[in-house]
Design a binder for this molecule. Structure first.
Ligand SMILES: O=P(O)(O)OC[C@H]1O[C@H](O[C@H]2O[C@H](CO)[C@@H](O)[C@H](O)[C@H]2O)[C@H](O)[C@@H](O)[C@@H]1O
Length: 396
C-alpha cells in the first residue's frame, strides 16, 4: 500500500523521567523547528545534502501524475496533519488558523475521498479550527478518534457525533493533573506556554529564550518524575507529554483504515514496506514529505504531515521491514503547496470521475461498495442501499 506523510524522527525523548532529569537535549530542542518559518536553519547546509534530499523526496506537485498513477484501481484515503500542514506555524498556538481557501480545498477533497485530520491538538480544538463536520478527526495524537457527523434523515443518526475510540481514557485525570502542575512550574519562564490537549499536554518553547530551554525541560522532568506512566516526545518547538500506552498517529491511521475498511475498502494486506524515515529536513525548504507504501489492492492512504509525531504514521506496525523505494517519497514545502496538491487531486478526480459521485456516495465520506451496502464507522451504525435510498439497519 502507498501513503503520504511527513518525515522526522518521532523519538521518545523521555519515559518515566527521573527527578530533575533533563528530558530533552538543547540540540534536539534547537533542531525541533526554526523559530520563524522563513528563517534558513542550516539543517541542510551542504548543497550535496540538499540535492540528495530533494532527489529522494521530489516535490509532490512535480510528481503529481506519478502519485495519481499509484492510485489506479484504488480508493484514496486522505490523512492530514493540522499545524504546519493545513495552517502555517505561528508563535501563538491559539491563533493558528487555516485560511478559508484551505478549508475549501479540504472540503472538496472530502467530497471525493474519506478524509481524516490527525493532530496533536485535542479533537475539539482542531475541529474548531477546521470546522468541517464531514471529516474524521483523530485528536491528541490519535488518542481521541471520532467519525463524521451523519445526518441521513433518521432519528437514530441525525446530527449524531459518535466517539469511535479513546484508547487512553484512563489517563484523563492524570493528564489534567499534570497539565495544572506544568502550568504552575513553568509560569515563571517567560514565553513558556502549556496547552491542554485533553489526552496529552504540550509545553511550548517557541517563544522562550533559548538560554532557558534546558531549564524548562528540567521543570517538565521534575513534574513528570511522579508519573512513570507518562512519556515525552518532541514536536516543533514543543515537548509533548502523553501516556506511555502504545498508541500514536500511526496506530490511529491503522484504526481509521480499519474503520474505513468496514466502510468501503478491504483491509490492506500483503507485503509491507517501511518508509524512509529520520530524514533531516529544513522547515523552510521541505517540511512536508509525501511517502508511498506498497501495496494494497484497494486503498492508497495519502498522509501529509510535517511533524516528528507524523513519523509514527509512517512506521505503522504492519509495514514490515522492506525498505521503501525512495522514488515513492515526495515533499511539499509549505501549507500553500499542500493546498495546491489537494486542489489538483480534486481536479484530477473530477475529470476522471464520470459521472461524479452521487449524494449518497459522498454522504459524510461514506462510499458505496459494489455490494450496495454502506457501512458506517465502528460503533456507529450500519446502513444499506435499498431502492436507491440509504437506510440504517442498526445502531450500536
Ligand atoms: O499534529 P499537529 O496538528 O501538527 O499538532 C502538533 C502541535 O501543533 C501545535 O503546535 C505547533 O504549532 C503552533 C502553531 O503554529 C506553534 O506555535 C508550535 O510551536 C508548534 O509546535 C499545537 O499547539 C500543539 O498542541 C500540537 O501538539
Amino acid at each position: 500500500m502507498h501513503s503520504i506523510q511527513i518525515s522526522a524522527d518521532s523519538s521518545n525523548i523521555g519515559g518515566a523521567p527521573n527527578s530533575g532529569r533533563i528530558i530533552a537535549s538543547l540540540e534536539s530542542m534547537r533542531a525541533s523547528s526554526p523559530t520563524h518559518l522563513k528563517a534558513p536553519t542550516g539543517l541542510l547546509t551542504d548543497d550535496d545534502d540538499r540535492l540528495s534530499w530533494m532527489r529522494d523526496h521530489p516535490s509532490a506537485l512535480n510528481m503529481f501524475e506519478e502519485i495519481v498513477g499509484m492510485s489506479k484501481g484504488k480508493q484514496i484515503a486522505m490523512f492530514l496533519d493540522y499545524d504546519g500542514t493545513l495552517s502555517p506555524i505561528v508563535d501563538d498556538p491559539e491563533v493558528a488558523f487555516m485560511s478559508e481557501a484551505m478549508r475549501e480545498a479540504v472540503r472538496d477533497v472530502a467530497q471525493y475521498f474519506p478524509t481524516a485530520i490527525v493532530s496533536g491538538r485535542c479533537k475539539d480544538k482542531v475541529f474548531g479550527f477546521v470546522q468541517l463536520a464531514e471529516l474524521y478527526y483523530a485528536g491528541s495524537h490519535g488518542m481521541d478518534i471520532q467519525g463524521p457527523e451523519v445526518s441521513i434523515g433518521t432519528k437514530c443518526t441525525r446530527g449524531s457525533k459518535s466517539v469511535l475510540f479513546q484508547p487512553a481514557s484512563e489517563f484523563l485525570l492524570m493528564i489534567d493533573e499534570v497539565y495544572k502542575a506544568l502550568v504552575e512550574k513553568t509560569k515563571a519562564i517567560p514565553g513558556a506556554k502549556v496547552e491542554n490537549n485533553r489526552f496529552c499536554v504540550s509545553v511550548h518553547f517557541r517563544c522562550v529564550d533559548e538560554k532557558r530551554w534546558v531549564g524548562l525541560a528540567e521543570q517538565v522532568g521534575s513534574v513528570l518524575k511522579g508519573y512513570p506512566k507518562l512519556r515525552v516526545t518532541q514536536g516543533r518547538k514543543v515537548l509533548e507529554i502523553r501516556s506511555s500506552i502504545k498508541w500514536d498517529k500511526g496506530k490511529a491511521l491503522e484504526f481509521l483504515l480499519d474503520s474505513l475498511g468496514k466502510l468501503h475498502i478491504c483491509k490492506p494486506q500483503g507485503r509491507r514496506l517501511n518508509l524512509k524515515s529520520n530524514v533531516r529536513f529544513d522547515e523552510f525548504l521541505l517540511p512536508l514529505l509525501i511517502t508511498g507504501f506498497a501495496d494494497s489492492e484497494d486503498v492508497l492512504p495519502v498522509y501529509i504531515g510535517d511533524d516528528r509525531t507524523d513519523e509514527d504514521a509512517f512506521k505503522r506496525e504492519d509495514r514490515g521491514s522492506i525498505p521503501k523505494d525512495t522514488s515513492a517519497s515526495y515533499s511539499l514545502r509549505e501549507p500553500l503547496e499542500v493546498m495546491e496538491f489537494l486542489k489538483r487531486l480534486v481536479d484530477w478526480k473530477r475529470v476522471s470521475t464520470n459521472p461524479p459521485p452521487s449524494d449518497s456516495q459522498k454522504l459524510s465520506g461514506l462510499l458505496v461498495r459494489p455490494s450496495n451496502r454502506v457501512f458506517a464507522p465502528t460503533g456507529f451504525c450500519t446502513c444499506e442501499m435499498r431502492d436507491r435510498r440509504l437506510l440504517p439497519t442498526c445502531v450500536s
